[in-house]
Design a protein around this ligand. Structure first.
Ligand SMILES: [Zn+2]
Ligand SMILES: [Zn+2]
Length: 269
């Protein structure tokens, strides 16, 4: 695959390119490529909207090679079946969620993985690992190429030692900062939902995310994307204000992923 955007063609010396197409409880999708292989991590918007957002950044949906699934919640799987059939894409997902993922009548092809068993999609090295979340077998991923590594964990209630070990030494992190605890508690959600979000298998608060990033920071961490923000119980400025304090020694670039539009293309050189 060759990324079709003129801007991307001009940028030839990168190892990985990332575009967060959408992030939040109303739909998640992330595009990752090394310039040859293109993968879509989660497909939680309609197929038409995912294609529109790819095109809005000059990326061609036909250049996708695979879809990777983190877990079976609807904000991550909405158009997996449709996209798989339309674009003839294999879907990589945990063996334990194949039945629960409701992939529709037919998908082009299913390829299963197990946590902590790394695999390759062409030159991309993919390592799925367990995260603590209320789904059948939820995973985060590291995706690497040529010594560069991205860590992604967007639905998790706590940062386990195993998760910290996996996310160490990544050059880029896409990490959940879901809610401000005070806004959540004083907000309109029903009590059981508040409890679920705050539980060990729910979502990370800004403070939890900050603590985790404090532990994970290192001089070669270049970019942190804060993701899966609650639209009701958080806002981008609050997250940035709180989390920029996590970085004392080195300052990675810090951005917030949006529910409503795709991010710029981020390059790891
Ligand atoms: Zn989610
Ligand atoms: Zn989820």
């Amino acid at each position: 695959m060759k990324l079709e955007l003129e801007r991307v063609r001009q940028c030839t010396d990168y190892n990985l390119a990332v575009c967060v197409l959408a992030s939040g409880s109303r739909g998640n999708a992330i595009f990752i490529s090394d310039g040859v292989t293109g993968i879509l991590l989660d497909a939680g918007l309609s197929a038409a909207e995912i294609k529109r957002r790819l095109k809005s950044r000059g990326l061609n949906p036909r250049d996708l090679d695979a879809i990777l699934l983190s877990h079976e919640h609807s904000d991550h799987v909405q158009s997996v079946g449709v996209l798989s059939r339309q674009l003839k894409l294999p879907i990589y997902l945990s063996r334990k969620i194949t039945k629960k993922a409701r992939l529709g009548k037919a998908v082009h092809e299913i390829r299963t993985f197990e946590c902590d068993v790394p695999f390759q999609i062409n030159n991309l090295s993919v390592h799925p690992f367990s995260v603590s979340h209320d789904a059948a077998d939820p995973v985060g991923f590291t995706i690497g190429q040529n010594g560069r590594r991205i860590g992604i964990a967007t639905d998790l209630g706590i940062a386990t030692p195993q998760l910290k070990a996996q996310l160490q030494d990544c050059h880029m992190l896409i990490l959940e900062a879901n809610h401000d605890p005070e806004m959540l508690m004083n907000g309109p959600y029903p009590w059981p939902l508040k409890k679920r979000i705050q539980s060990r298998r729910g979502h990370l608060s800004n403070l939890q995310s900050k603590r985790l990033l404090k532990e994970l920071q290192h001089p070669h961490l270049e970019h942190v994307v804060l993701a899966h923000l609650s639209e009701t119980n958080n806002n981008p400025q609050k997250v940035l204000d709180e989390i920029c304090g996590a970085f004392k020694r080195s300052k990675p670039r810090l951005t917030v992923a949006s529910q409503h539009r795709s991010s710029e293309i981020i390059y790891l050189k």
